[in-house]
Design a protein. Sequence first.
Length: 209
Amino acid sequence: MSAKDCGSHGKKRQKIWRRIFWGILIFLFIVLVTILIVWAVLQPKKPKFIIQDITVYAFNASIPNFITSNFQVTISSRNPNDEIGIYYDRMSIYASYRNQQITLRTSIPPEYEGDKETNVWSPFIYGNSVPVAPYNSVTLSQDQSTGSVALIIKIDGRVRFKVGTFTTGRYRLHVKCPAFIQFGSQTSGVVVGDNAVKYQMLTSCSVSV
């Protein structure tokens, strides 16, 4: 075989590989455009969260600059989308007071939520002798003595959206639920055990994705 024939075969192979490359590239482009069109038509909405109730088992801020607490929080999430599912990944929940975390983080098991479905979680969040900033310790002790404390229950995690067989990458999820607790009030809570009081909330949470 002459050098000329070898050169022509080499050029044919290059043409074939170029066609394969451009064919794959065009196919991926079409798939991506299709996904974007479907995504735009469906207009995915972020999930909605509601804090239903909070049961207080312990809350002690009498020691300066430290707080011991134990809560069980019931929170529901709802997927408002049609034809779009939501995966909840790496979720954790904790309580904060005046922008300071006052409990440890509690993990929430991963969950899938189909379109128009609702999930309910009831995790325990707690902290034993958690350090509190001095300026927060003073106001927290004052709030407890007056019998009224405003907490924020926060959830951090990751979410993925599912459209048909396509699943997006992970998005950061931040949820903030106001929890206004009136300690010692006879009308605001229900005694459910030894030194445990359940407070009904039914309050909408702010959600950012």
